[in-house]
Design a binder for this molecule. Sequence first.
Ligand code: ADP
Ligand code: ZN
Length: 527
Amino acid sequence: PVAVSSWTGAAPRQVLRSVFGYDTFRLAQQPIIERTVRGDSTLVVMPTGGGKSLCYQIPALIREGVGIVISPLVALMQDQVAALQQVGVRAACLHAGQPHAERQALCQRLRQNTLDLLYVAPERVTTDSFAHLLDHAPIALFAIDEVHCMSQWGHDFRPDYLTLTDLRTRFPDVPLIGATATADTDTQADLLERLHLDDDALFVTGFDRPNIQYTVTRKSRPKRQLKQFIETRHAGEAGIVYCRTRKKVEGTAEWLGEHGIRAVPYHAGLSDAMRSDHQQRFLQDDGLVVVATVAFGMGIDKPDVRFVAHLDPPSTLEAYYQETGRAGRDGRPADAWMTYRYGDIVRLHQFLDRSDANDAHTWAQRHKLNALFGYCETTDCRRQVLLRYFGEEAPEPCGNCDTCLHPVDTWDGTVAAQKVLSCIARTGQRFGAGHVTDVLLGRNTEKIRRHGHTELSTYDIGDELNKQGWKSVIRQLVAARFLEVDVSGYGALKLTSACKPVLQGEATVELRKDTKRTGSEGSSSGS
Ligand code: ADP
Ligand code: ZN
């Protein structure tokens, strides 16, 4: 192999070609590498496979000293180190399971400055012995992989990561790159603050998957809707169907089989043998559907998955993006299809409330749930909603999602919104969608009588819509953040500060047309 130290001071493009064998930079790699070489720090948000590693590997070669890469997974570190050694880069990793002699040798190389890249686990970086070592070696840069673990707003907070912010204060002149594939805009802002970085240090790219068509439908008879979707768009093709529970996975796989669609179940409760058998069959067969819980998909690299369907919504848009991202890896048209009902979201909120996670975390999760709900209910381009959630620019509607392809008609729902909001205010913000609707419709229920709600000025003022119509208005008001679901109060609806201009007649509310449906009352859509 080449003597790699010779790359010190080289041009990034030359290193890309000579060491890694690629012709051109991808996405924002070039500006990120240039800044790092200059000594500036950066937060990189790119999806998995986007090419984050080169963003720190190349500057580590060009800058004087060793690049320290902090990565939480030993197996992943070892893979990367092996790949780097293959192309002649002097890389090594330091981890807890290592023999003492090996570790000594590494320290020696560090002190002699004969290493280009050193991979370490986060908990080691903050040990005294490692800190001591760092004081004696020139450092090219710090790269923190999975940096979202540093934020309580992220979906995988790890206390170990918090102390890594010390690196910025202890080594103010060493550039740092934080890299992650999953960080919404709140997490990004939090990370920038923790790492003392300006907005212009943030690079978010590569999230758009133009060949995936996004669709969200209202859930009525989910299995039949799914069957129809598969038969009309993906007969005989491979796909993944996500369900929330094991029981539903089993039931759905069996039902599909009975209705002529070849399907196998996959969840953590199946035996190892069966799981690996079903996974193998899915990988080899281009016409098999796997019905699965979230346990399925990690590390599955099947290029011709033609659709990913969600019979239940995941709890965050990060998870949704990751799961739907398994469709259409080959770049050919693919579908991300979801069916959901309001009750699913309420249930997710209630589930959160029972979790014993600390407050900031629960708060963040609730916030994420609202974003997911906003995505489900949007009348705008879904791709734009999704990309904006990750902070990526999306100036034009995409033309390849259900709302672009079949624009939803909207109507002026200001008066309806005012009725709902004032009814909620007058009933003391203590009731859920069902009761509020009953009051608006002037129903004579035991609950209404018990609370004396027939006396309210908002009693029986809602003839223009039926029960389903009002529930839809309420759902859209929650999605648009005029209302919040208070989970500790069993789904009671509360007004937010956004309501004021609506109640005072200073703002209008556009609602989607399907709410205007009157006539026979269908089954309620949950809650
Ligand atoms: P990430 O860390 O963002 O998940 P990687 O850095 O592992 O992604 O890169 C994913 C794949 O893309 C790797 O096989 C890598 O070699 C390749 N790759 C990265 N940058 C380029 C490039 N500029 N040109 C071609 N291939 C690239
Ligand atoms: Zn669109």
